[in-house]
Ligand binder design. Structure first.
Ligand SMILES: Nc1ncnc2c1ncn2[C@@H]1O[C@H](COP(=O)(O)OP(=O)(O)OP(=O)(O)O)[C@@H](O)[C@H]1O
Length: 498
Protein backbone atom coordinates (compact mmCIF):
# COMPACT_ATOMS: atom_id res chain seq x y z
CA UNK A 1 0.00 0.00 0.00
CA UNK A 2 1.46 3.41 -0.91
CA UNK A 3 1.81 5.83 2.02
CA UNK A 4 -0.91 8.13 0.65
CA UNK A 5 -3.35 5.21 0.59
CA UNK A 6 -3.13 4.74 4.36
CA UNK A 7 -6.42 6.14 5.68
CA UNK A 8 -6.23 9.09 8.06
CA UNK A 9 -8.76 7.41 10.30
CA UNK A 10 -9.99 3.88 10.54
CA UNK A 11 -12.35 2.24 13.00
CA UNK A 12 -12.46 -1.54 12.54
CA UNK A 13 -15.25 -3.80 13.78
CA UNK A 14 -16.08 -1.58 16.72
CA UNK A 15 -18.65 -2.79 19.23
CA UNK A 16 -19.95 -0.77 22.15
CA UNK A 17 -22.69 -1.72 24.61
CA UNK A 18 -24.45 0.32 27.25
CA UNK A 19 -26.23 -2.17 29.49
CA UNK A 20 -28.91 -3.76 27.33
CA UNK A 21 -28.33 -1.36 24.41
CA UNK A 22 -25.85 -2.16 21.67
CA UNK A 23 -24.87 1.30 20.40
CA UNK A 24 -22.32 -0.03 17.89
CA UNK A 25 -22.35 -3.54 16.52
CA UNK A 26 -19.23 -4.53 14.62
CA UNK A 27 -19.32 -1.13 12.87
CA UNK A 28 -16.50 0.67 11.12
CA UNK A 29 -15.48 3.70 9.12
CA UNK A 30 -12.53 4.49 6.85
CA UNK A 31 -11.70 8.15 6.21
CA UNK A 32 -9.10 9.05 3.59
CA UNK A 33 -6.46 11.67 4.28
CA UNK A 34 -7.70 15.17 3.47
CA UNK A 35 -11.31 14.30 2.74
CA UNK A 36 -14.46 15.59 4.37
CA UNK A 37 -16.43 12.48 5.18
CA UNK A 38 -20.06 12.53 6.27
CA UNK A 39 -21.46 10.18 8.88
CA UNK A 40 -25.24 9.99 8.72
CA UNK A 41 -27.96 7.87 10.23
CA UNK A 42 -31.22 8.07 12.10
CA UNK A 43 -31.38 9.25 15.71
CA UNK A 44 -29.81 6.59 17.87
CA UNK A 45 -27.94 4.92 14.99
CA UNK A 46 -24.67 5.15 16.91
CA UNK A 47 -22.99 8.26 15.45
CA UNK A 48 -22.22 10.02 18.73
CA UNK A 49 -21.00 6.78 20.22
CA UNK A 50 -18.51 6.44 17.37
CA UNK A 51 -17.45 10.05 17.98
CA UNK A 52 -16.78 9.34 21.64
CA UNK A 53 -14.66 6.35 20.64
CA UNK A 54 -12.77 8.26 17.92
CA UNK A 55 -11.96 11.00 20.44
CA UNK A 56 -10.83 8.62 23.19
CA UNK A 57 -13.67 9.46 25.57
CA UNK A 58 -14.96 5.90 25.57
CA UNK A 59 -13.19 2.62 25.08
CA UNK A 60 -14.83 0.19 22.65
CA UNK A 61 -15.82 -3.24 23.94
CA UNK A 62 -14.39 -4.73 20.78
CA UNK A 63 -12.55 -3.63 17.65
CA UNK A 64 -9.80 -1.07 17.13
CA UNK A 65 -9.12 2.49 16.04
CA UNK A 66 -6.15 3.54 13.89
CA UNK A 67 -4.93 7.00 12.93
CA UNK A 68 -2.62 7.13 9.93
CA UNK A 69 -2.28 3.35 10.24
CA UNK A 70 -1.07 3.53 13.83
CA UNK A 71 -3.05 2.42 16.89
CA UNK A 72 -4.91 5.17 18.73
CA UNK A 73 -3.35 6.61 21.91
CA UNK A 74 -4.24 4.88 25.16
CA UNK A 75 -7.32 6.26 26.91
CA UNK A 76 -5.14 7.81 29.64
CA UNK A 77 -2.96 9.70 27.15
CA UNK A 78 -5.16 12.83 26.83
CA UNK A 79 -2.38 14.87 25.20
CA UNK A 80 -1.87 12.18 22.61
CA UNK A 81 -5.58 12.34 21.76
CA UNK A 82 -5.58 16.15 21.67
CA UNK A 83 -2.77 16.14 19.16
CA UNK A 84 -4.61 13.61 17.00
CA UNK A 85 -8.27 14.55 16.88
CA UNK A 86 -10.63 17.26 18.02
CA UNK A 87 -14.36 17.50 18.05
CA UNK A 88 -16.80 20.37 17.83
CA UNK A 89 -19.67 18.83 19.78
CA UNK A 90 -23.39 19.58 19.60
CA UNK A 91 -22.94 20.80 23.13
CA UNK A 92 -20.11 23.28 23.47
CA UNK A 93 -17.10 22.36 25.59
CA UNK A 94 -16.10 26.01 25.91
CA UNK A 95 -16.26 27.20 29.52
CA UNK A 96 -18.50 30.29 29.63
CA UNK A 97 -17.02 31.80 32.80
CA UNK A 98 -13.51 31.94 31.30
CA UNK A 99 -12.19 34.32 28.69
CA UNK A 100 -11.51 33.34 25.10
CA UNK A 101 -7.76 33.30 25.84
CA UNK A 102 -8.17 31.12 28.91
CA UNK A 103 -10.29 28.68 26.96
CA UNK A 104 -7.68 28.49 24.24
CA UNK A 105 -4.92 27.62 26.67
CA UNK A 106 -6.90 25.35 28.92
CA UNK A 107 -5.25 21.96 29.39
CA UNK A 108 -2.13 23.04 27.61
CA UNK A 109 1.23 22.20 29.04
CA UNK A 110 2.54 25.72 29.53
CA UNK A 111 5.70 24.81 31.41
CA UNK A 112 6.02 25.51 35.10
CA UNK A 113 5.75 28.68 37.10
CA UNK A 114 2.93 31.19 37.43
CA UNK A 115 0.73 32.03 34.48
CA UNK A 116 1.60 35.26 32.72
CA UNK A 117 -1.81 36.61 31.77
CA UNK A 118 -0.55 39.32 29.49
CA UNK A 119 1.54 36.95 27.39
CA UNK A 120 -1.30 34.44 27.43
CA UNK A 121 -3.61 37.01 25.95
CA UNK A 122 -1.18 38.06 23.24
CA UNK A 123 -0.45 34.44 22.33
CA UNK A 124 -4.18 33.89 22.13
CA UNK A 125 -4.53 36.88 19.84
CA UNK A 126 -1.81 35.51 17.53
CA UNK A 127 -3.50 32.16 17.43
CA UNK A 128 -6.90 33.62 16.63
CA UNK A 129 -5.34 35.71 13.86
CA UNK A 130 -3.57 32.70 12.44
CA UNK A 131 -6.87 30.84 12.11
CA UNK A 132 -8.78 33.90 10.96
CA UNK A 133 -11.08 34.02 13.99
CA UNK A 134 -12.35 37.51 14.60
CA UNK A 135 -13.09 37.55 18.34
CA UNK A 136 -11.50 39.48 21.19
CA UNK A 137 -9.20 37.24 23.26
CA UNK A 138 -10.18 39.04 26.47
CA UNK A 139 -13.92 38.52 26.07
CA UNK A 140 -15.83 36.16 28.28
CA UNK A 141 -16.52 33.01 26.27
CA UNK A 142 -20.05 32.95 27.66
CA UNK A 143 -20.77 36.14 25.70
CA UNK A 144 -19.89 34.56 22.35
CA UNK A 145 -22.61 33.39 20.01
CA UNK A 146 -22.80 29.78 18.79
CA UNK A 147 -20.85 30.53 15.63
CA UNK A 148 -18.02 32.25 17.48
CA UNK A 149 -17.84 29.44 20.03
CA UNK A 150 -17.51 26.88 17.24
CA UNK A 151 -14.72 28.87 15.60
CA UNK A 152 -12.95 29.05 18.93
CA UNK A 153 -13.23 25.28 19.31
CA UNK A 154 -11.85 24.71 15.81
CA UNK A 155 -8.94 27.11 16.41
CA UNK A 156 -8.21 25.41 19.73
CA UNK A 157 -8.20 22.00 18.05
CA UNK A 158 -5.87 23.05 15.26
CA UNK A 159 -3.52 24.75 17.67
CA UNK A 160 -3.02 21.46 19.51
CA UNK A 161 -1.76 20.08 16.21
CA UNK A 162 -4.79 17.95 15.38
CA UNK A 163 -5.19 17.31 11.65
CA UNK A 164 -8.47 15.47 12.04
CA UNK A 165 -11.56 17.33 13.15
CA UNK A 166 -15.00 15.94 13.90
CA UNK A 167 -17.91 18.30 13.48
CA UNK A 168 -20.93 16.82 15.26
CA UNK A 169 -24.06 18.54 13.92
CA UNK A 170 -22.31 21.91 13.71
CA UNK A 171 -25.08 23.49 11.65
CA UNK A 172 -27.97 22.52 13.94
CA UNK A 173 -27.89 25.82 15.78
CA UNK A 174 -26.63 28.15 13.05
CA UNK A 175 -28.69 30.37 10.76
CA UNK A 176 -28.27 30.41 6.96
CA UNK A 177 -25.45 32.96 6.59
CA UNK A 178 -23.49 31.43 9.50
CA UNK A 179 -23.79 28.00 7.87
CA UNK A 180 -22.38 29.44 4.64
CA UNK A 181 -19.43 30.92 6.57
CA UNK A 182 -18.80 27.57 8.27
CA UNK A 183 -18.79 25.81 4.88
CA UNK A 184 -16.34 28.33 3.45
CA UNK A 185 -14.07 27.69 6.41
CA UNK A 186 -14.39 23.93 6.05
CA UNK A 187 -13.39 24.15 2.40
CA UNK A 188 -10.35 26.25 3.32
CA UNK A 189 -9.35 23.74 6.00
CA UNK A 190 -9.67 20.96 3.49
CA UNK A 191 -7.38 22.80 1.10
CA UNK A 192 -4.86 22.92 3.93
CA UNK A 193 -5.05 19.13 4.17
CA UNK A 194 -7.23 18.84 7.27
CA UNK A 195 -9.34 15.67 7.38
CA UNK A 196 -12.90 16.09 8.65
CA UNK A 197 -15.81 13.95 9.72
CA UNK A 198 -19.09 15.80 9.38
CA UNK A 199 -22.32 14.74 11.08
CA UNK A 200 -25.57 16.31 9.98
CA UNK A 201 -29.22 15.46 9.56
CA UNK A 202 -29.36 17.84 6.59
CA UNK A 203 -28.55 15.66 3.67
CA UNK A 204 -28.21 18.57 1.24
CA UNK A 205 -25.33 19.80 3.42
CA UNK A 206 -23.66 16.43 3.04
CA UNK A 207 -23.78 16.81 -0.73
CA UNK A 208 -22.40 20.34 -0.52
CA UNK A 209 -19.33 19.87 1.67
CA UNK A 210 -18.47 16.19 1.73
CA UNK A 211 -16.73 13.91 -0.75
CA UNK A 212 -17.80 10.61 0.82
CA UNK A 213 -20.54 9.44 3.10
CA UNK A 214 -20.93 6.56 5.53
CA UNK A 215 -24.36 5.45 6.70
CA UNK A 216 -25.02 3.76 10.05
CA UNK A 217 -28.31 2.11 10.79
CA UNK A 218 -29.28 0.38 14.04
CA UNK A 219 -25.69 0.36 15.31
CA UNK A 220 -24.29 -1.11 12.09
CA UNK A 221 -22.38 0.15 9.10
CA UNK A 222 -24.65 0.10 6.03
CA UNK A 223 -22.66 1.74 3.26
CA UNK A 224 -19.78 4.02 2.35
CA UNK A 225 -19.81 5.79 -1.02
CA UNK A 226 -18.53 8.91 -2.80
CA UNK A 227 -21.42 11.39 -2.57
CA UNK A 228 -21.35 11.93 -6.33
CA UNK A 229 -22.31 8.28 -6.86
CA UNK A 230 -25.18 8.25 -4.41
CA UNK A 231 -28.59 9.67 -5.36
CA UNK A 232 -30.48 11.42 -2.56
CA UNK A 233 -33.31 8.89 -2.34
CA UNK A 234 -30.84 6.01 -2.12
CA UNK A 235 -29.13 7.75 0.77
CA UNK A 236 -32.42 8.21 2.61
CA UNK A 237 -33.36 4.61 1.89
CA UNK A 238 -30.02 3.44 3.32
CA UNK A 239 -30.65 5.44 6.48
CA UNK A 240 -34.23 4.37 7.03
CA UNK A 241 -34.24 0.94 5.42
CA UNK A 242 -37.30 1.94 3.42
CA UNK A 243 -38.27 4.15 0.51
CA UNK A 244 -38.04 7.89 0.95
CA UNK A 245 -40.99 10.23 0.77
CA UNK A 246 -41.24 13.92 1.52
CA UNK A 247 -43.35 15.18 4.39
CA UNK A 248 -46.76 16.24 3.18
CA UNK A 249 -48.80 18.56 5.27
CA UNK A 250 -51.94 16.70 6.26
CA UNK A 251 -53.98 19.69 7.44
CA UNK A 252 -56.87 21.27 5.68
CA UNK A 253 -57.61 25.00 5.84
CA UNK A 254 -57.31 26.73 9.23
CA UNK A 255 -60.34 26.67 11.44
CA UNK A 256 -60.23 30.38 12.23
CA UNK A 257 -61.26 29.84 15.84
CA UNK A 258 -60.84 32.03 18.90
CA UNK A 259 -57.69 33.97 19.51
CA UNK A 260 -55.63 31.79 21.88
CA UNK A 261 -52.34 33.65 21.91
CA UNK A 262 -51.62 37.28 21.22
CA UNK A 263 -49.04 39.98 21.70
CA UNK A 264 -49.63 43.68 21.57
CA UNK A 265 -46.96 46.30 21.00
CA UNK A 266 -44.35 43.99 22.50
CA UNK A 267 -40.86 45.48 22.87
CA UNK A 268 -37.71 44.01 24.43
CA UNK A 269 -34.52 46.09 24.46
CA UNK A 270 -32.55 45.79 21.27
CA UNK A 271 -34.07 42.43 20.41
CA UNK A 272 -37.45 43.40 18.95
CA UNK A 273 -39.83 46.35 18.89
CA UNK A 274 -43.56 46.98 18.62
CA UNK A 275 -44.59 43.48 17.65
CA UNK A 276 -48.28 42.65 17.29
CA UNK A 277 -49.25 39.02 16.88
CA UNK A 278 -52.56 37.16 16.86
CA UNK A 279 -52.82 33.38 16.76
CA UNK A 280 -56.19 31.63 16.45
CA UNK A 281 -57.14 28.12 17.44
CA UNK A 282 -56.43 25.77 14.56
CA UNK A 283 -53.76 27.81 12.84
CA UNK A 284 -49.98 27.64 12.67
CA UNK A 285 -48.16 30.95 12.45
CA UNK A 286 -44.51 30.78 11.48
CA UNK A 287 -41.79 33.14 12.65
CA UNK A 288 -38.83 33.37 10.30
CA UNK A 289 -35.75 35.56 10.17
CA UNK A 290 -31.98 35.49 10.48
CA UNK A 291 -30.07 35.04 13.75
CA UNK A 292 -30.40 38.68 14.75
CA UNK A 293 -34.01 39.10 13.66
CA UNK A 294 -35.46 38.75 17.17
CA UNK A 295 -37.70 35.78 16.39
CA UNK A 296 -36.38 33.55 19.17
CA UNK A 297 -36.46 36.40 21.71
CA UNK A 298 -40.05 37.11 20.77
CA UNK A 299 -41.13 33.48 21.10
CA UNK A 300 -39.31 33.21 24.42
CA UNK A 301 -41.21 36.24 25.68
CA UNK A 302 -44.52 34.64 24.69
CA UNK A 303 -43.73 31.68 26.93
CA UNK A 304 -42.43 33.78 29.82
CA UNK A 305 -38.68 33.19 29.51
CA UNK A 306 -38.24 36.97 29.23
CA UNK A 307 -40.36 39.84 30.51
CA UNK A 308 -40.91 42.44 27.78
CA UNK A 309 -40.04 46.08 28.48
CA UNK A 310 -43.48 47.09 27.30
CA UNK A 311 -46.55 45.58 25.66
CA UNK A 312 -48.67 42.61 26.67
CA UNK A 313 -48.94 38.87 26.08
CA UNK A 314 -52.33 37.17 26.36
CA UNK A 315 -52.70 33.38 26.57
CA UNK A 316 -56.21 32.01 26.43
CA UNK A 317 -57.77 35.23 27.58
CA UNK A 318 -55.49 35.73 30.57
CA UNK A 319 -52.33 37.71 30.96
CA UNK A 320 -49.73 35.52 32.69
CA UNK A 321 -47.26 37.41 34.84
CA UNK A 322 -44.51 38.57 32.43
CA UNK A 323 -41.31 36.54 32.69
CA UNK A 324 -43.03 33.66 34.50
CA UNK A 325 -42.92 30.42 32.50
CA UNK A 326 -44.97 28.49 35.06
CA UNK A 327 -47.77 31.08 34.80
CA UNK A 328 -47.80 30.78 31.00
CA UNK A 329 -47.95 26.98 31.24
CA UNK A 330 -50.82 27.21 33.74
CA UNK A 331 -52.67 29.39 31.25
CA UNK A 332 -52.61 26.46 28.80
CA UNK A 333 -49.41 26.92 26.87
CA UNK A 334 -47.13 24.15 25.60
CA UNK A 335 -43.52 24.99 24.84
CA UNK A 336 -40.57 23.44 22.98
CA UNK A 337 -37.51 25.51 23.89
CA UNK A 338 -34.54 26.39 21.73
CA UNK A 339 -32.01 24.89 24.11
CA UNK A 340 -33.18 21.48 25.20
CA UNK A 341 -30.18 21.07 27.49
CA UNK A 342 -31.03 24.18 29.48
CA UNK A 343 -34.80 24.30 29.49
CA UNK A 344 -35.89 21.13 27.77
CA UNK A 345 -35.70 18.12 30.05
CA UNK A 346 -34.50 16.83 33.36
CA UNK A 347 -31.67 14.49 32.34
CA UNK A 348 -31.77 12.20 35.36
CA UNK A 349 -35.50 11.60 35.15
CA UNK A 350 -36.87 8.87 32.92
CA UNK A 351 -38.45 9.23 29.51
CA UNK A 352 -41.81 8.64 31.19
CA UNK A 353 -41.31 11.21 33.95
CA UNK A 354 -40.09 13.86 31.53
CA UNK A 355 -42.75 13.26 28.92
CA UNK A 356 -45.59 13.33 31.41
CA UNK A 357 -44.47 16.19 33.71
CA UNK A 358 -47.35 18.49 32.70
CA UNK A 359 -49.98 15.76 32.91
CA UNK A 360 -48.83 14.80 36.37
CA UNK A 361 -51.24 17.50 37.53
CA UNK A 362 -54.12 16.25 35.47
CA UNK A 363 -53.76 12.48 35.62
CA UNK A 364 -54.22 12.15 39.34
CA UNK A 365 -56.12 14.19 41.86
CA UNK A 366 -54.28 16.11 44.53
CA UNK A 367 -50.93 15.53 42.87
CA UNK A 368 -51.10 11.73 43.07
CA UNK A 369 -50.41 10.25 39.66
CA UNK A 370 -51.65 6.82 38.78
CA UNK A 371 -48.55 4.94 37.63
CA UNK A 372 -50.66 2.93 35.20
CA UNK A 373 -52.11 5.98 33.44
CA UNK A 374 -48.77 7.66 33.38
CA UNK A 375 -47.04 4.69 31.85
CA UNK A 376 -49.78 4.32 29.24
CA UNK A 377 -49.45 8.01 28.30
CA UNK A 378 -45.67 7.67 28.02
CA UNK A 379 -45.93 4.55 25.91
CA UNK A 380 -48.37 6.27 23.59
CA UNK A 381 -45.92 9.12 23.06
CA UNK A 382 -42.99 6.77 22.53
CA UNK A 383 -44.94 5.11 19.71
CA UNK A 384 -46.39 8.31 18.24
CA UNK A 385 -43.06 10.10 18.08
CA UNK A 386 -41.02 6.99 17.38
CA UNK A 387 -38.71 7.54 20.36
CA UNK A 388 -35.86 5.02 20.31
CA UNK A 389 -35.48 3.94 23.91
CA UNK A 390 -35.17 0.76 25.94
CA UNK A 391 -38.44 1.75 27.61
CA UNK A 392 -40.31 4.45 29.56
CA UNK A 393 -38.03 4.14 32.56
CA UNK A 394 -34.76 4.86 30.71
CA UNK A 395 -33.19 8.16 31.91
CA UNK A 396 -33.31 10.83 29.20
CA UNK A 397 -29.58 11.49 29.61
CA UNK A 398 -28.93 8.08 28.03
CA UNK A 399 -30.93 8.83 24.88
CA UNK A 400 -29.35 10.04 21.66
CA UNK A 401 -29.70 13.80 20.99
CA UNK A 402 -32.55 13.51 18.51
CA UNK A 403 -34.52 11.17 20.72
CA UNK A 404 -34.14 13.55 23.67
CA UNK A 405 -35.59 16.26 21.43
CA UNK A 406 -38.62 14.05 20.80
CA UNK A 407 -39.16 13.71 24.56
CA UNK A 408 -39.19 17.52 24.80
CA UNK A 409 -41.86 17.64 22.10
CA UNK A 410 -43.84 14.90 23.84
CA UNK A 411 -43.82 16.96 27.01
CA UNK A 412 -45.01 20.10 25.22
CA UNK A 413 -47.91 18.19 23.71
CA UNK A 414 -48.73 16.09 26.74
CA UNK A 415 -51.37 18.32 28.24
CA UNK A 416 -53.22 19.13 25.00
CA UNK A 417 -52.11 22.75 25.08
CA UNK A 418 -54.41 25.46 23.75
CA UNK A 419 -51.45 27.53 22.64
CA UNK A 420 -48.23 25.98 21.46
CA UNK A 421 -44.87 27.70 20.95
CA UNK A 422 -42.17 25.58 19.33
CA UNK A 423 -38.67 26.80 18.59
CA UNK A 424 -36.56 24.89 16.08
CA UNK A 425 -38.35 21.64 16.92
CA UNK A 426 -36.54 19.55 14.31
CA UNK A 427 -32.95 20.59 15.16
CA UNK A 428 -30.82 17.46 15.35
CA UNK A 429 -33.69 15.22 14.36
CA UNK A 430 -33.49 12.69 11.52
CA UNK A 431 -35.58 12.69 8.32
CA UNK A 432 -38.23 10.30 9.56
CA UNK A 433 -38.47 11.80 13.03
CA UNK A 434 -38.86 15.23 11.47
CA UNK A 435 -42.03 14.00 9.84
CA UNK A 436 -43.26 12.58 13.15
CA UNK A 437 -42.58 15.88 14.95
CA UNK A 438 -44.17 18.12 12.34
CA UNK A 439 -47.08 15.69 12.15
CA UNK A 440 -47.48 15.95 15.94
CA UNK A 441 -47.54 19.77 15.75
CA UNK A 442 -50.15 19.62 13.02
CA UNK A 443 -52.25 17.10 14.94
CA UNK A 444 -52.20 19.27 18.07
CA UNK A 445 -53.27 22.23 15.93
CA UNK A 446 -56.09 20.23 14.41
CA UNK A 447 -57.24 19.35 17.91
CA UNK A 448 -57.63 23.09 18.44
CA UNK A 449 -54.29 24.53 19.52
CA UNK A 450 -53.02 27.78 18.06
CA UNK A 451 -49.36 27.36 17.24
CA UNK A 452 -46.35 29.61 16.82
CA UNK A 453 -43.56 27.79 15.01
CA UNK A 454 -40.14 29.43 14.99
CA UNK A 455 -37.69 27.74 12.68
CA UNK A 456 -34.50 28.21 10.71
CA UNK A 457 -35.71 25.39 8.48
CA UNK A 458 -37.72 26.41 5.46
CA UNK A 459 -39.12 22.89 5.29
CA UNK A 460 -40.60 23.20 8.79
CA UNK A 461 -42.22 26.52 7.91
CA UNK A 462 -44.11 24.89 5.06
CA UNK A 463 -46.73 23.60 7.50
CA UNK A 464 -47.58 27.20 8.51
CA UNK A 465 -50.73 28.95 7.36
CA UNK A 466 -48.76 32.17 7.26
CA UNK A 467 -45.20 33.17 8.09
CA UNK A 468 -44.25 36.41 9.79
CA UNK A 469 -40.79 37.43 8.68
CA UNK A 470 -38.72 39.43 11.15
CA UNK A 471 -35.77 41.60 10.31
CA UNK A 472 -33.74 43.55 12.87
CA UNK A 473 -36.38 43.24 15.54
CA UNK A 474 -39.46 44.08 13.49
CA UNK A 475 -42.05 42.07 11.66
CA UNK A 476 -41.47 43.23 8.09
CA UNK A 477 -43.83 41.01 6.18
CA UNK A 478 -46.59 38.44 6.52
CA UNK A 479 -46.24 35.76 3.86
CA UNK A 480 -49.23 33.45 3.18
CA UNK A 481 -48.87 29.75 2.27
CA UNK A 482 -47.51 28.94 -1.17
CA UNK A 483 -44.19 30.84 -0.98
CA UNK A 484 -41.05 29.66 -2.70
CA UNK A 485 -37.73 29.32 -0.88
CA UNK A 486 -36.30 32.20 -2.86
CA UNK A 487 -39.18 34.53 -1.91
CA UNK A 488 -38.92 33.83 1.77
CA UNK A 489 -35.14 33.98 1.94
CA UNK A 490 -35.18 37.34 0.14
CA UNK A 491 -37.50 38.82 2.79
CA UNK A 492 -35.45 37.25 5.59
CA UNK A 493 -32.30 38.83 4.22
CA UNK A 494 -34.04 42.18 4.05
CA UNK A 495 -34.22 42.37 0.26
CA UNK A 496 -37.74 41.10 -0.29
CA UNK A 497 -39.50 44.45 0.09
CA UNK A 498 -42.82 45.11 1.76
N1 LIG B 1 -24.35 6.61 28.13
C1 LIG B 1 -25.30 5.84 27.59
N2 LIG B 1 -26.03 5.00 28.34
C2 LIG B 1 -27.00 4.22 27.80
N3 LIG B 1 -27.31 4.22 26.49
C3 LIG B 1 -26.62 5.03 25.68
C4 LIG B 1 -25.59 5.90 26.18
N4 LIG B 1 -25.09 6.61 25.13
C5 LIG B 1 -25.78 6.20 24.04
N5 LIG B 1 -26.69 5.25 24.36
C6 LIG B 1 -27.60 4.55 23.44
O1 LIG B 1 -26.87 4.11 22.31
C7 LIG B 1 -27.61 4.26 21.11
C8 LIG B 1 -26.82 5.08 20.10
O2 LIG B 1 -26.79 6.43 20.52
P1 LIG B 1 -25.94 7.59 19.80
O3 LIG B 1 -25.98 8.76 20.73
O4 LIG B 1 -24.61 7.07 19.40
O5 LIG B 1 -26.85 7.87 18.50
P2 LIG B 1 -26.71 8.99 17.36
O6 LIG B 1 -26.62 8.26 16.07
O7 LIG B 1 -25.61 9.91 17.69
O8 LIG B 1 -28.14 9.74 17.44
P3 LIG B 1 -28.58 11.31 17.23
O9 LIG B 1 -28.66 11.53 15.75
O10 LIG B 1 -29.95 11.34 17.84
O11 LIG B 1 -27.60 12.18 17.94
C9 LIG B 1 -28.94 4.89 21.51
O12 LIG B 1 -29.91 3.87 21.61
C10 LIG B 1 -28.67 5.49 22.86
O13 LIG B 1 -29.84 5.52 23.67
Amino acid sequence: MSPSAVPAVEARSVTKRFGPTTALDDAGIVIAEGETHALVGRNGAGKSTLVSILTGLQRPDGGEVLFGGRPAPSVADRDGWRRTVACVYQKSTIIPALTVAENLFLNRQAGSGPINWRSLRSRARELLDQYGVDVDAGRLAGDLNVEQRQLLEIARALSFGARFIILDEPTAQLDGPAIERLFTRMRALREQGVTMMFISHHLEEVYRVCQSVTVFRDARHVLTRPVDDLPHDELVAAMTGEDASAYLSGRTAPAGGNVVLSAEKLTLGERYRDVDLTVRAGEIVGLAGSGSSGKVGLAETLVGLHAADSGTVTVNGVRPRPGDVAAALRAGLGFVPQDRHKEGFVPLLSVEENATLPIARRLGRFGAVSPRLRRAAAERMITQLDIKTTGPSQPVKDLSGGNAQKVVMARALADDPTALVVINPTAGVDVRAKQALLGAVEAATERGAGTVLVSDELDDLRICDRVLVMFHGRVVKEVPRGWTDADLVAVMEGVGGQ
